[in-house]
Design a protein around this ligand. Structure first.
Ligand code: BGC
Length: 739
């Protein structure tokens, strides 16, 4: 009776409040409703909101009934199952607070788009935003209203397998993509029922794992933390990201999931952010293994006090440290009630923002009626896949191939492979939706071309029995397309490597095919930069395709035959060897900049300093020339802006897009600055022979840096401005900031 009363009064309250939605600011409504709910909650129910479990069984359903669970990591069991479980929370628990169902929707939900590292290679944030919006719609249609994406960890170490989940090495590029991913998932103006809450992860500096070994410790200066690792998180926060995930790593001696400085001082006090901090999978429980907490109870205490709102469960209920421990800690007055209330407020607000109190269930009919057309989703997936491809080499214009070609040998373990292009974190994607390269070539070529296909070898074993046939078909074909690379599980979480060469069985296959003397095109599929020195020296054409998802084969075929002129640029440096790692464009000058003739300068005895392919690199079937760089003011005061312009000419024979990149260097400063920093880019389409003047506005925030006290300053002096099509081939000018 009492229970019914409470529920009814909640219902009246919500409907009543709803009418005010149009009159009052949504935020105030949430605040008021949240306070009303909080006032009626027991301590157990409050703690329940801070508990996230994975999947359901009888025991977990009972926990939901008791109000001891706030959110759920969930798979693709479908909207009916989501509704069934939601009904337990809404109709059978005392307060009827809805659950949030969460999944890792990283690069698509049902429609699988390119991996994030590839998305970043497109340098097309608007397109990535549309893809994320589609992913959100698909997830919401399945009852999933929360994704653990985007991963915005800056990664400068390709040994780290999770480099594929992020946007590469640069904080500026990472911040741009962090923003559009969040907006794509959540929408521009509040989260409607076809959208989902985003999570920036892994907070923070997880990409700095020592030796590139996953879960390893990170020891970096506060300057590096603030200049390199925090900016993409700040960008997500400025774009109202709903959640942030605390990372697994130790950070300067205090694990990221118990780090008061980053979780509270920076997130809450400096950035005034009011979202939910969710731990990574059992990352609070793991404080024990870090040697930071004596036991799970102390882990709960440290995690919660540092600022972790929700404890994402380990593989068992016992793995969850908040559920069994927070109550004791409050009763023993180790944790004040008010702090629990604050945490619950964050969670309830998130549920309000998602509209879950009004619409806890998935409206299956709505999604069926309003479903996005498959042809539309596929066209976005295809466009993004094409734009994500980076052409690394194209000697003597071997590419694009002519469609009148008589025969092609298509070889390689990834050439007719539907599994691996889905890559790690393929959410609800299905292999049968993946268009392989073989199929893509068939789709683009008529019957007049013979496509001679054989695998040649597997991705990573010792079986060379397929070489013979591969060599034979190469000999009888006009050209060879070799599709090689990694298995999907060779990058992603827990996929660190010390050797970044292609598996030897593939490398040897390539050499044997090359020895036939036929023109060879290598298409790479991989989740990280690889050390491909021999290939780079010997093979005339190299196409970096990453893992492109559903439209893999169509995108690659369009690039190979010139229906699409490649425009992708690397968001990460390709090293020559693992010995060069970490290697990235954004380096300092050193006191002894390299001089070839002088031994005692900063260099290696056995390798050049330069990478195999630099950040921002990628070529086209056409040629772009940059000239006449100029600034409209040569002297400015600190509050001024100026315009830098360059003329870009398409001097080749194909229409194409160029990513024009702007780099700035503060030549002399009270704290040494990187030799260049990306500060802007534009993707420009030009017809053959066309010239365009490209302008960038340089605003004061682009000249800021952190001084010795980590305060933002602009110092007077000379600034170099560099523009070009990659981080190395740049034309330059300069201006001066005066007092
Ligand atoms: C990963 C997270 C992921 C979580 C939930 C963890 O192992 O580190 O990135 O969101 O699992 O699937």
């Amino acid at each position: 009776m009492q229970l019914k009363f409470i529920k009814i009064s909640f219902f009246i309250l919500f409907s009543f409040s709803l009418q005010f939605c149009f009159l009052t600011k949504a935020q105030e409504i949430y605040d008021q409703q949240v306070e009303e709910i909080l006032a009626g909650m027991t301590l157990d129910e409050k703690i329940g909101q801070l508990v996230q479990i994975a999947g359901v069984d009888e025991y977990r359903e009972e926990l939901i009934r008791q109000g001891k669970v706030g959110s759920l990591l969930f798979g693709d069991d479908g909207p009916e199952e989501v509704n069934r479980i939601q009904r337990i929370a809404v109709e059978e628990s005392r307060l009827g607070i809805p659950l949030i169902f969460a999944t890792d929707v990283i690069h698509g939900c049902q429609t699988i788009f390119p991996i994030p590292l590839a998305e970043a290679s497109s340098w097309n944030p608007e397109l990535v935003k549309i893809a994320s919006d589609i992913a959100a719609f698909e997830a919401a249609s399945q009852g999933i209203r929360w994704t653990f994406s985007p991963m915005v960890d800056i990664a400068r170490d390709p040994r780290w397998g999770r480099i594929m989940e992020g946007f590469g090495e640069d904080p500026y590029l990472g911040s741009i993509f962090a923003a559009v991913k969040v907006k794509g998932f959540q929408g521009d103006n509040g989260i409607d029922k076809t959208q989902i809450a985003a999570t920036s992860k892994h907070y923070v500096a997880y990409g700095g794992a020592e030796g590139g070994r996953d879960y390893n410790s990170v020891d970096i200066s506060e300057r590096t933390l603030r200049e390199v690792h925090l900016p993409p998180f700040h960008s997500a926060v400025k774009n109202n990201v709903a959640a942030i995930m605390s990372a697994f790593n130790d950070l300067n001696g205090v694990p990221a999931s118990a780090n008061y400085f980053t979780l509270t001082q920076i997130l809450r006090n400096e950035w005034n952010w009011e979202g939910v901090v969710v731990s990574d999978w059992n990352s609070v429980g793991e404080l024990v293994y870090h040697g930071f907490a004596k036991n799970k109870e102390e882990a709960a205490f440290f995690g919660f006090n540092a600022g972790v709102t929700i404890d994402m469960v380990g593989d068992t209920i016992d793995g969850n440290v908040y559920l069994p421990n927070l109550k004791n800690l409050v009763e023993r007055e180790m944790i004040p009630q008010e702090k629990i209330d604050d945490a619950v407020r964050y969670v309830l607000k998130m549920k309000f923002k998602l509209g879950l109190f009004r619409n806890p269930y998935v409206y299956i009919n709505f999604f069926e009626r309003n479903d996005l057309k498959k042809s539309y989703k596929d066209s976005i997936a295809l466009q993004l896949a094409k734009e994500s491809i980076v052409l690394l080499k194209n000697e003597n214009n071997l590419l694009p191939l002519n469609k009148n070609i008589k025969s092609i040998a298509l070889i390689g373990p990834l050439a007719d492979n539907q599994e691996d292009p889905l890559a790690s974190w393929a959410a609800f994607g299905e292999e049968e939706n993946v268009v392989t390269v073989l199929q893509g070539l068939k789709n683009i070529l008529g019957d007049d071309t013979d496509i001679n296909f054989t695998k040649g070898c597997n991705i990573n074993d010792e079986d060379t029995s397929g070489y013979k046939e591969a060599i034979e078909i190469s000999k009888v074909s006009d050209v060879v397309v070799l599709v090689v690379g990694e298995e999907r599980e060779m990058s992603g979480e827990a996929a660190s490597k010390t050797d970044l060469n292609l598996p030897i069985v593939q490398e040897n296959l390539i050499r044997r095919i090359y020895a036939t003397g036929k023109p060879v095109i290598i298409v790479l599929m991989n989740g990280r930069p690889l050390t491909i020195n021999w290939i780079s020296e010997n093979i005339p054409s190299i196409v970096e395709a990453w893992f492109l998802g559903d439209q893999t084969g169509n995108a690659i075929a369009e690039v190979l035959f010139g229906d699409y002129n490649p425009s992708g640029k690397l968001p990460v440096t390709f090293p020559r060897s693992t010995g060069q790692i970490p290697i990235y464009y954004y380096q300092k000058s050193t006191g002894r900049p390299i001089e070839e003739e002088d031994k005692f300068t900063s260099k290696y005895l056995d390798s050049p300093n330069t990478p195999l392919y630099p950040f921002g690199f990628g070529i086209s079937y056409t040629d772009f020339n940059y000239k006449n760089i100029s600034v409209d003011k040569i002297k400015i005061v600190k509050t001024d802006s100026l315009t830098v312009s360059v003329e870009l000419l398409n001097s080749g024979e194909y229409e194409g897009e160029e990513v024009v990149q702007l780099y700035i260097q503060d030549e002399v400063a009270s704290v040494t600055r990187p030799v260049k920093q990306l500060k802007g880019f534009q993707k420009i389409n030009l017809r053959p022979g066309e010239t365009r003047k490209v302008n960038f506005t340089i605003t004061p925030d682009m000249l800021l840096f952190l001084d010795k006290d980590l305060k933002e300053v602009i110092e007077p002096g000379k600034f170099n401005v560099m523009i070009g099509g990659n981080s190395v081939d740049l034309i330059r000018t300069s201006f001066e900031v005066i007092e």
